[in-house]
Design a protein around this ligand. Structure first.
Ligand code: SAH
Ligand code: DHB
Ligand code: MG
Length: 222
């Protein structure tokens, strides 16, 4: 582990490619002030999400796990003027902070924030026939990742991109007997994703200011 170096290089990358933006700084500051956990994606990861959504011509996005809206705003800024993003959050306090941040960032018109257990909101989205979504970002409770994959597939079309954050967990994910329920959730999710005939997928390990982790990237097939 070389956390200091990873953090320094993240600062170097972010100085080059994610120049200081008062909106993003305010999002993190209001989140911190409200006592939210600092588990938002790093700036360069937020930008990667934005780039992937843009490269894919994304017009509709589903996010599972809003927190203070940091990743949401990166993604919303990838959308065209008539694009839509639905984001799901369980904690009313997180949702309240996120709502204020969407207004601050001028993206609230594009965003629908649904408060409640994601599994309930996802069932509701399927029932309403909202979707299919072009791009889905899974980043809520790790224990439910296997369920979220099933819901994501229901809310997809051929070509939908699915990204799942935090599926490497400091490398602990290779241990099928790890006792941390979050590691178990990621382990099961990765196995399901690999065995899923409806997607083509991979996982990338990441290091940086947020430590050592990784994300899964999948495309839904014809
Ligand atoms: N995507 C955010 C970080 C999300 S952190 C970013 O990068 O900026 C994970 C969030 O998922 C937390 O806000 C947590 O409250 C929420 N969460 C946890 N369990 C949930 C559930 N069952 N349904 C919906 N949201 C949940
Ligand atoms: C945790 C959750 C996240 O979404 C993240 O990016 C980092 C950590 C967590 O629950 O520990
Ligand atoms: Mg995450």
């Amino acid at each position: 582990m070389n956390q200091d170096k990873w953090t320094s290089v993240d600062h170097y990358i972010n100085d080059l490619f994610t120049a200081a933006d008062p909106i993003f700084e305010a999002v993190l500051e209001t989140s911190r002030a409200a006592g939210l956990p600092e588990i938002n994606v790093a700036p360069n990861q937020g930008k990667l999400l934005q780039l992937l959504a843009q490269a894919h011509g994304t017009r509709s996005i589903l996010e599972i796990g809003t927190l203070g809206g940091y990743s949401t705003i990166w993604l919303a800024r990838a959308l065209p003027a008539d694009g839509k993003l639905v984001t799901l959050e369980f904690e009313p306090k997180h949702a309240e902070v996120a709502r204020a941040n969407f207004v601050r960032a001028g993206v609230s018109d594009k965003i629908e924030l649904r408060v409640g257990k994601a599994s309930d909101s996802l069932a509701q989205l399927v029932m309403e026939k909202t979707g299919p979504f072009d791009f889905i970002f899974i980043d809520a409770d790790k224990e439910s990742y296997p369920d979220y994959l099933a819901w994501a597939l229901k809310l997809s079309r051929p070509g939908t991109v699915i990204i799942a954050d935090n599926v490497v967990r400091k490398g602990e994910v290779i241990d099928a007997n790890n006792e941390d329920s979050r590691v178990q959730g990621a382990h099961k999710f990765n196995a399901l994703l690999a065995a899923e005939p409806r997607v083509n997928a991979t996982i990338l390990q990441t290091v940086g200011s947020k430590g050592y982790d990784g994300f899964a990237l999948a495309i839904v097939l014809e």
